[in-house]
Design a protein around this ligand. Structure first.
Ligand code: 13P
Length: 335
């Protein structure tokens, strides 16, 4: 088995999933503003260190995606963040894109940047113990979107990123996120997500990326958040599985979903149903940001010194998602 395949499996095997704690400073500031905590580098570190030292890091969280600011910070116990995460039994990862910028040639769509100088940055991250990376492409849904331009240019960038990351012996997480914003139906989401993922794999193959050494991080198939046509969770699971079965080459070891604006329980319930009905060979796990952190952040904001209480809430969410990643979750386990 290749080294990259080993790393990918270590992150998502046996119900383990990923904690996406790679919010940029501006996104993290929005999150902290929403709970009235000043967004200082110290406060951002306190919250994140609280999560990274939770017991579920050993049992549930196979990998943590960090932001560049965090990876350069030193923990309260004077440890490097990468060491702290590794000692807990998890693997440190890093977001390496520099964000989604306006796509020239399209009025509303975005292209993710960060390829210039990436090879050099990757070498630095590798030296400090990083095992995997993330790059997120974003796609809008409307009558005309995602445009061919957005689908092609983001697929190209994701593939160039992935090839560079593997050259540096790390596992690329490939994240094409078709956004939930809008009035579209689940059927629209299904069709457009399928196109996006198919195109990504064409480019990954063209760039000679070893598909056994990546993790795909897609959206689930959901109706838009303003859609009048809601569907059942079973239907979400069915459409999501159908899409991935048709579009993802069988060499890919696993899929780790983003939560994308779903509530914590919704994200857990949908993942559970996906696993209950999983008739593929892909591991189906999670790489959640908001759906792992929301309740913990809210609790922590009331008393940022209450580490234990915050960890209890985070541990519960991680445990629930790890059960869901094995199809073993039930609503009765929620408190
Ligand atoms: P959410 O789970 O909050 O969508 O975040 C996952 C992520 O990493 C987005 O890039």
């Amino acid at each position: 088995m290749s080294e990259l395949n080993n790393i990918a499996l270590k992150i998502i095997e046996n119900g383990k999933g990923i904690l996406a704690a790679d919010e940029s400073t501006s996104t993290m500031t929005k999150r902290l503003d929403s709970v009235n905590v000043p967004s200082t580098p110290e406060n951002r570190l306190i919250f994140r260190e609280t999560l990274f030292t939770s017991s579920s890091m050993t049992d549930c969280i196979g990998g943590v995606i960090l932001y560049d600011e965090t990876i350069k910070q030193i923990s309260s116990k004077k440890k490097k963040i990468t060491e702290l995460i590794s000692e807990m039994g998890s693997l440190p990862g890093i977001k390496v894109d520099t964000g989604a910028k306006v796509l020239a040639g399209s009025k509303d769509e975005k292209i993710t940047e960060g390829l210039d100088g990436l090879r050099e940055r990757l070498k630095e991250y590798y030296k400090i113990g990083v095992k995997f990376t993330k790059w997120r492409g974003v796609y809008l849904i409307s009558k005309d979107y995602p445009s061919k331009l957005s689908i092609n240019s983001n697929a190209h960038a994701l593939a160039r990123y992935s090839a560079l990351v593997q050259e540096c012996n790390m596992v690329p997480i490939v994240e094409p996120e078709v956004l939930m914003d809008g009035e579209h139906s689940a059927e629209d989401c299904y069709k457009k997500t399928s196109k996006v993922i198919e195109r990504c794999f064409e480019e990954l193959i063209l760039h000679k990326v070893d598909l056994k050494g990546i993790i795909l991080k897609p959206n689930m198939i959901l109706p838009g958040n303003k859609s009048k046509n809601k569907i059942s969770n079973d239907e979400v699971a069915r459409l999501t599985l159908k899409c991935l079965k048709n579009c993802v080459p069988s060499e890919v070891p696993g899929i780790a979903f983003l939560s994308g604006g779903q509530s914590e329980i919704e994200a857990t319930e949908n993942l559970n149903l996906i696993n209950k009905h999983n008739d593929t060979n892909f591991i189906m796990s999670y790489s959640y940001g908001r759906a792992l952190q929301q309740s913990a952040l809210k609790f922590w904001s009331k008393d940022i010194k209450n580490i234990e209480g915050t960890q209890k809430i985070f541990n519960h969410r991680a445990k629930m998602n790890t059960l869901a990643a094995q199809g073993k979750w039930s609503k009765d386990f929620e408190i």
